[in-house]
Design a binder for this molecule. Structure first.
Ligand code: BES
Ligand code: ZN
Length: 477
């Protein structure tokens, strides 16, 4: 084991800086979380931009060079770099996203989502965990090195996105157009969670991909009386629910031909590792308030189904009458949004094609069915023996006093696979949010213990990564 303290005397200065500036940093976190950077809402475009500008200002103030925003087809991308460690030191790309999910339903928040509340050693706010809180931690860990010790042990580039929550549409084109701004031996992403709320750190070595759709079934030219026309005119809502239900069989598998062709099966070793991970299924059920957990796909454990198997979920369903009382109609249309989560080695573009073809093929002739692809992202997996994984594990253990557990996440972060495919940069995911922290939900929160421990871990991470050669960090030596 490398002695980080001997190799990097600056680490102590960085850690001292973090302690000395803790209050000031929390005030800045507050300021950042107050910006309602909701990427899905066009009315918030100016706020999303304000969040990007806020980051640029932070980066510039701490001595990061060429910090700037870039216009894209959607919201701005922020980049910057600090290359003062020289060509013999590795270069790491840091990615996080500064956009957040819509805060609805607003009336379920105990305090407004953009007025952070500090309680029980937690910070409650939209984006506290996903992902502005974690982005902010990266800013402060870098500031601690640059201000506390005057330099960093690694060269860093920054890549902050404002469209992650809406599918990262601009990312692929940006990577292709600006490889020089992103080139690195490794990418570090913090947009995920720790293992539990007992301070067990985690390294997320896999992410699911996604393909997201909207389907619209159209019938008569307007709503019509269900007594006058029922029995003679197909009901678009009936057709829609039947179509959607037919996408899954009784074993919990998708019925779309070809859907599983590229699914990488879990190896026996992986299944054994999954079985070793602590997972209290009853506590998990209780926390969700469901009477029973779903059986899901037959033949796989809950933990496997949650991250290593594809899924199908309807996110929204509308059409017809949903007001007070009853209204007897055959609605003119019915629609739904749904997604399939994908696993290695499924190709989201192929899945998009298969889903559209399938729905078009099975659509009954009495209605018109239109399927729209909303967004897609590829699944990703980082080999556990990648040197970056081992270095990150040491940094986490140093900060939290416990070795991290290795798990795959069921969520998606499209940039991870896009960086690998575009410029051959692998990613290590170190996350500090809580697995129970209400991502995308009312009363999102981040444990402040994770925030403090995460700052410590990120400061250590740069010492760890600075102790190896670029080739070694890349995994090619
Ligand atoms: N932070 C999440 C992804 C995540 C969730 C990682 C839970 C680990 C644990 C990210 O912000 C997210 O929500 N991504 C979207 C991507 C989609 C819009 C393409 C997702 O997974 O739904
Ligand atoms: Zn999210």
């Amino acid at each position: 084991m490398t002695d980080v303290h001997r190799a990097e005397p600056g680490l102590d200065d960085a850690l001292t800086y973090l302690r000395d500036h803790a209050d000031e940093h929390l005030q800045q976190l507050d300021e950042f979380l107050r910006i309602p950077s909701v990427s899905a809402d066009p009315a918030r475009d100016a706020d999303v931009r304000r969040a990007a500008d806020w980051i640029v200002q932070q980066l510039t103030a701490m001595g990061v060079e060429r910090a700037q925003t870039h216009e894209t087809s959607a919201h701005p991308i922020v980049t910057g770099e600090w290359l003062g460690a020289g060509p013999l030191a590795p270069t790491v790309l840091v990615y996080c996203h500064y956009d957040v999910q819509p805060p609805d339903p607003l009336d379920e928040w105990i305090r407004p989502p953009f007025e952070p509340r500090y309680e029980d050693d937690r910070v409650y706010a939209r984006g506290s965990g996903d992902d502005k809180g974690q982005l902010f931690m990266h800013l402060k860990a870098v500031e601690a090195w640059l201000r506390g010790s005057g330099k960093l042990p690694v060269n860093l580039r920054f890549f902050f996105e404002g469209d992650e929550e809406v599918g990262s549409e601009p990312v692929e084109a940006f990577i292709a157009a600006h490889p020089e701004l992103l080139r690195a031996d490794l990418c570090v992403v913090s947009d995920n969670d720790m293992y539990d709320d007992e301070g067990t750190p985690a390294i997320t070595y896999g992410l699911r991909g996604i393909a997201y759709f909207e389907v619209r079934v159209t019938g008569p030219f307007q709503d019509i009386h269900s007594g006058q026309y029922g029995g003679g005119v197909a009901n678009p809502a009936n057709v829609l629910v039947k179509l959607l239900a037919s996408l899954q069989d009784d074993d919990g598998r998708l019925t779309i031909p070809g859907f599983y062709d590229r699914v990488r099966e879990l190896t026996d070793a992986e299944r054994a590792a999954y079985a070793e991970l602590p997972f209290d299924e009853e506590a998990y059920r209780k926390a969700l308030g469901v009477p029973k957990l779903s059986d899901g796909e037959r033949g796989y454990t809950l933990a496997e189904r949650l991250s290593a198997r594809p899924t199908f979920d309807i996110s929204g369903l509308w059409g017809g009458y949903s007001g007070e009382g009853a209204k007897t109609i055959i609605p003119a249309f019915a629609a739904a949004k749904f997604s399939t989560r994908l696993v290695p080695d499924q190709d989201y573009r192929e899945i998009e094609r298969l889903v559209v073809e399938h729905l078009t093929r099975v659509a009954p002739p009495e209605v018109r069915v239109a399927v729209k692809v909303i967004h897609g992202g590829a699944p990703a997996i980082t080999p556990l023996d990648h040197p970056g994984v081992q270095l990150a594990a040491r940094a986490l253990e140093g900060a939290f006093g416990k070795a991290p557990l290795f798990h795959r996440s069921g969520g998606s972060i499209p940039v991870v696979a896009a960086l690998d495919a575009g410029i051959g940069v692998k990613t290590v995911l170190v996350g500090f949010a809580s697995p129970n922290g209400n991502f995308h939900a009312p009363n999102e929160w981040m444990p402040l213990a994770n925030y403090r421990g995460g700052l410590d871990a990120l400061a250590r991470l740069w010492a760890e990564m600075g102790s190896v050669s670029p080739d070694r960090l890349r995994g090619s030596a």
